[in-house]
Design a protein around this ligand. Structure first.
Ligand code: PRX
Length: 657
């Protein structure tokens, strides 16, 4: 790849607006506006063409799209297999191409490079292991693994036999994993002994054992991450727990991919909503994979010699789509890193990018803010000139952070692709394309070709440029959009299809038009927060706090944070007679860590005598949220207990802006 190439040019008239350079435009898969126009004329034909061109099918579909609001289907009657599309079809031309480069946290450990053929063999073997353990088409498999290649092997092995995987973020607690395993009724769990995090060995099996107690779980497969002097001595329950390497040693490499109908669930991914119970978002096979394939190819403009690195953990949707199904279906080389970005110092990611000649780098604003804080000096000594495209995802990115990323990491040469999307959308939906632009700081960009985004006011009318409204999508819906909520059709309807009726997908995000084409996303309008890019619900954290024996009730709201974007702040009412103390506070924080995981722990706890409530008894989190940032408070006269407002203002030290 040509190094030092300039991939962007600055707009002559507008500040902080950039365009693709001639080199970028010429190299890009999408270099003309025609794609948007053609796609808009007939989105069904457009997606059908993409599905045909991007994926290999065992059987062509009979019907492109069907809508029975709020349900819809794509490519009805078609048959395919996701693992075949990520592996088998690449063997002829790319068998020896590296699919995954894995870097461990300890510097002294060597990287692992796995070719497409190598990955194929592992996946075939593991699919046979799963079958032997009793996993059948449609069965759920719970995956609780850190960033090691076996997580991709497990995902693709499930897909190969038509089983449905449900991954839980390895930093979530065992109790949290158990709740999700129970909800989806997983038969088999895949986990590992542990992993390195900030120089410490984390014992994951101990947490997995909590979930393994769920009634449906029959078998647990344990990958051995630690060997030699690092080996962990683990209790393995006879008849339930099996070592991955022992099962793999006996498994056959002969495994035919099972053709599944397009709309068959490929995976479930639990995500936080406005209630305490996470919902199992269902993604189908063909629609999801079509969107994963084309967004990977076009957003990141991946070519044969690119090295793609998405730093997301596979426990989140970004990891599913851009650390597995997207890059592998396009046949790219990707990097995954096990550890923490500050090990042994904050230059580690740049060291890795240099070592593997990374050309496309995709991360979250929260990480960029941290790198910015640590300073550009940390990139010195590393050659980042292979970088061509930078991406960001997960939260709105502020101007300073965007400019720092562009200037320091990209050296003013690379576009920053700000991708807006959600667990529910399966793949990116609003962003600039590298060959089209413009790349506008703080503006996500343009809806992906073939999708119909709108921004509506409360009454459902499109808002004028510059006015904030709610981001929605109109039919035909993006093929990667969720197809339901596991065992909870009511939640599916109520969350996404109630606000504007069953024919409009409601995102729960605020947004405005920056110009005719480009959208600026302002953030969540519900009780969901983004903590260091991680999606957490107020209600979920409140449930964890309220399960503490000394707590009567609590309210959790986000507060802006310089690095993490938002952090949870808890307002807690203790049982009569319990005195607030640092010890009580510490035990509440501990409870949250135990029930959910460290990401959710409250940043601050206010012990209060009451909370603002509506006449129907609902806690008005909005009041608390505004108080924390000294914003104008809403009308208190609608409250059941308006007198509490003055008291709470004193507690938090509210000063009207
Ligand atoms: O509020 C939006 C924000 O992240 C939410 C979705 O979170 P999650 O399901 O965890 O998926 C994150 C990764 C796809 C959205 O509702 N969000 C995501 N990307 C952006 C964003 N907000 C602003 N700009 C973005 N680029």
């Amino acid at each position: 790849m040509a190094k030092k190439e300039k991939w962007v040019v600055r707009d002559k008239n507008k500040r902080n607006v950039f365009w693709p350079s001639v080199e970028m435009r010429e190299r890009a898969w999408v270099g003309t506006d025609r794609f948007y126009k053609d796609a808009a004329k007939n989105p069904m034909d457009f997606w059908a063409c993409l599905a045909r061109d991007g994926l290999d099918w065992f059987k062509e579909w009979k019907k492109v799209y069907e809508s029975k609001p709020p349900y819809f289907k794509w490519f009805l009657g078609g048959k395919l297999n996701a693992s075949y599309n990520c592996l088998d079809r690449h063997l002829k031309d790319k068998g020896n191409k590296v699919a995954i480069i894995w870097e461990s946290e300890p510097l002294e450990e060597r990287e692992r490079k796995i070719t497409y053929r190598g990955l194929y063999r592992e996946v075939c073997k593991f699919s046979n292991v799963l079958k032997k353990l009793g996993v059948k088409k449609g069965d759920r498999v719970g995956i609780y693994l850190p960033m090691i290649p076996e997580v991709m092997v497990s995902m693709l092995a499930c897909a190969r036999i038509g089983a449905v995987h449900s991954i839980v973020f390895s930093a979530f607690s065992g109790i949290n994993f158990r709740k999700r395993v129970e909800d989806c009724g997983a038969k088999v769990l895949v986990t590992c002994d542990g992993y390195w995090r900030r120089g410490k060995q984390i014992n994951l099996k101990k947490q997995a054992d909590v979930a393994a107690k769920a009634k449906t779980v029959k078998k647990v497969v344990v990958v051995k991450r630690f060997t030699g002097k690092d080996e962990l001595k683990l209790p393995m329950r006879k008849g339930r727990d099996y070592w991955y390497h022992e099962l793999m040693a006996k498994a056959s490499e002969d495994s035919k991919p099972v053709p599944v109908e397009s709309n068959t669930p490929l995976f479930l991914l639990y995500t936080s909503g406005t209630t305490g119970k996470p919902k199992g978002v269902i993604h189908d096979t063909a629609g999801y994979l079509t969107q994963a394939y084309w967004t990977t190819l076009w957003d990141f403009d991946l070519h044969e010699d690119d090295v793609f690195w998405c730093t997301a953990d596979v426990g989140w949707i970004t990891g599913h789509t851009y650390n597995c199904y997207g890059p592998l279906s396009v046949g790219a080389t990707m990097v995954i890193y096990e550890g923490s970005p500050d090990m042994p110092n904050w230059g580690r990611l740049w060291k890795i990018a240099d070592k593997f000649d990374v050309s496309v780098f995709y991360t979250a604003p929260t990480a960029i803010r941290m790198f910015k804080k640590m300073g550009c000096e940390l990139t010195k000594g590393y050659d980042l000139s292979t970088l061509r495209i930078l991406g960001t995802v997960g939260e709105p990115i502020d101007l300073e952070t965007w400019l720092w990323y562009f200037g320091c990491i990209g050296n003013g040469r690379c576009p920053v692709i700000d991708t807006w999307w959600q667990t529910e959308t399966g793949g990116t939906l609003v962003n600039a394309l590298p060959g089209i632009g413009p790349f506008i700081a703080t503006v996500a960009g343009r809806p992906f070709p073939g999708t119909r985004a709108e921004i509506l006011d409360e009454k459902g009318k499109p808002v004028k440029k510059g006015r904030t409204g709610y981001l929605v999508f109109k039919p035909p819906f993006p093929p990667g959009l969720l197809r339901g909520v596991w065992k909870n059709p009511k939640k599916y309807r109520d969350t996404y299809w109630r606000e504007y009726g069953p024919k409009v997908y409601y995102t729960s995000d605020g947004a405005k038009w920056f110009d005719k084409h480009n959208i600026r996303v302002t953030g969540r309008v519900d009780d969901v927060m983004k903590v260091a890019g991680h999606r957490l619900s107020s209600a979920e954290i409140e449930d964890a706090i309220t399960s503490h024996p000394e707590v009567i009730v609590s309210a959790v709201v986000p507060k802006p944070d310089e690095i993490r974007g938002q952090v949870p702040v808890a307002f807690v009412v203790l049982r009569p007679g319990v005195k607030p103390s640092p010890e009580v506070e510490a035990s509440i924080v501990k409870q949250v860590r135990k029930e959910i995981g460290p990401t959710a722990k409250p940043h601050q706890v206010f012990f209060v005598k009451g909370l603002p409530k509506t006449r129907s008894g609902k806690i008005m989190r909005r009041f608390l949220k505004s108080m924390l940032v000294n914003e104008k408070l809403g009308d208190a006269s609608t409250l059941q207990n308006p007198e509490i407002v003055g008291y709470l203002k004193k507690v938090v030290g509210y000063k009207r802006k």
